[in-house]
Every structure is written in C-alpha cells, then in structure tokens.
Ligand binder design. Sequence first.
Ligand code: ACO
Length: 321
Amino acid sequence: MKAVIAGTGSEVPPKIVTNDDLSKIVDTSDEWIRDRTGIMERRVTDEGTATSDLAVIAAERALTSAGISPMELDLIIVATCSPDTLFPSVACIVQDRLGAKKAAAFDISAACSGFNFALSAAAAYIESETFKNVLVVGADTLTKYLDWTDRNTCVLFGDGAGAVALRGEKGDCGVLASYIRAKGEGRDFLVMPGGGTRDPEMKNGRFIRMDGKEVFKFAVHALEDSVKEIIQKAGFTFEDIDLLIPHQANLRIIEHVRKKFNLPEKKVYVNLMKYGNTSAASVPLALDEAVNEGRIKSGDLVVLAGFGAGLTYGSNIIRWR
Ligand code: ACO
C-alpha cells in the first residue's frame, strides 16, 4: 500500500508586503533583500486571521481536487509552529471546520521541516494500513511573531498554508521513501522563546530570534543531505529526478544545492520571490503551484526537501500518479 497524493491545495492571505514597504520601516533595501535572499514580497495576515483560517481553505481545496469528502478522512495532520493556541491543536480546529467527524487529528511541531515530517508520518499510517485517507496540511503565520524593527528577521518570513489529500492505493505511485532527522544541539540558533513553559509570561519577548549565519550553514548541509539521502534510499540517481521542491527560505541555499548536484534550473521549483519563507507551508504551497502550472506530470519523480528550527531536516520522494 502506498500513500498517493490525490489532490493539493493552498491559501495565502491577500495582503502583499514588498521589500520597498519594509525599507520604510527598517534600515534595509529591495536590493539587499533580493541579493541576499531572492525574496521580493511576502503575504501577511491581518490581526483577525489565525493559522487555522488559512489551513482550512488549503485543506478544502486539496480535498476538492482529490475528490475526497471530509467524512471519508481517517486522519488530519497539521504541521505548524504557530498554532492558534497552545492547545487545542490546529488539526482539531480544521477537523471541526471541515466536518471530518470520523477523523483523528493532531499537530506536528518541526518548524519549516514540519510538512516533510507530517507527510512521512501519514505515509507510514497508510502503508501499515492503519488509515486510508489522510489529510496533511502545512500552515504557519510567523509574521505574527516578527519584530518589525529587527531587519535580520522581519524581511525573511511570510504567511501561508498548503495541503495534500492522500489516499492509500496499491501500485508503484505515491510516497516511495521518507527521510527525517534532527540536530537538537542547534536548537538555540532559531528560537521563539516566549509563551512556552520555560517562559509563560514572555519575559524574553514574543519574537523570533535567529542566528542567521549559523542557520545558513546548517541549512546548506541539511538540504544537501536530505536530497542526497532520499535519492539513494529510494535507489535512484540525480538524473532520474524530474522536480525538486526545496524549502523556500533563501535562493542562495537552493542555488548552492542545485549547482552541487548539477540539477538544471527547470528541475528545481522556486517561488520564494512571491512569498518569502512560509515555514511549514512553504513546500506544500510550492507543490500546489507546481501542479497548477503543469510542472508535474503523471509518472514524474518528485523530491520534497526541507530544513528548519529544532534543528530539523528531511525529505520525501514521490512517484506522481
Ligand atoms: N537589510 C540590510 N542589511 C541587513 C539586513 C537587512 N534586511 N539583515 C542583515 N543585514 C546586515 C547585517 O546586520 C550585517 O551587517 P554588519 O556586517 O554591519 O553586521 C550584514 O547585513 C551581513 O549580515 P550577514 O548575516 O552576514 O548576511 P548574510 O549574507 O548571512 O544573510 C541571512 C543574512 C539572509 C539572514 C542569511 O544568513 C540566511 O538566509 N540565513 C538562513 C535563514 C533561514 O533560512 N532561516 C529560516 C530557517 S527555517 C525555519 O524553521 C523557520
């Protein structure tokens, strides 16, 4: 039994914040942000919109494109590090709002790697025939945790959600292999320190803190490793890959890996120009766009790979149905 991606969906908030907009509030420039990250603009939620609001819309679109009704769902996994509340989970909110009354629901916390982690868990449930129809959502609204006076972080992130509806099917298509890893010793390089049990009153502030240089060094290694390991694990070569969808954090990280493995530009999907780093939403949002643009056809071999806070990293390889 394999976990086949039967449908994809995504959602981003309508408000666009350009690099020029940011240059009016912090000491930065469109040129610096483009040169150092590749990002041109990002989407930002308004005050009244929470992560689940984007997740539900992405989920509905994925289910519609898969032809799976909410009542047929056995499980909903939401990857997020910006839940509406510490509990209940975003997945339970999504379950209720979809009316997926027969589904179990839980969140996975692996920051920007979350979608790859959640997809690997969903595939394991399906392959073991524990569940048949599983919805996996990656959704984050990290702009709510940005210090808009800190140019080191506020230029990098955006909000969004992406989803896939998976169905268990016999055959050669679907998730062929998953690879997930963690390096907890690097946990201090990217932190949202306030709000948890270490600091419930947020004495350390309510903003993301990042050591950009350390995260960059880790990210290059993590993306390289995730791509190389998954291709080897599944018994393929780099030439066999039709499309790589990496986590959309920084074009320089993606380009480093693309060049290292001699992948042509057309085999690597990039949309970070429009959205910045949408954390757990980044990979499924890019996947949904790639599908809608006709970049993935039946039989294609697709690699999804990411890295994030934790530190975490991982990948999935999929034969497209
Ligand atoms: N505009 C202008 N100057 C800036 C800005 C900005 N927005 N941000 C930083 N600078 C300055 C710095 O202050 C520094 O100035 P200084 O030399 O006077 O101290 C200078 O630019 C160079 O800074 P560096 O940190 O060396 O810049 P670098 O080339 O490393 O790029 C960046 C910084 C883009 C943050 C890079 O390190 C990066 O992308 N790191 C990875 C970040 C990432 O991917 N995080 C997400 C992980 S996924 C997750 O789980 C959420």
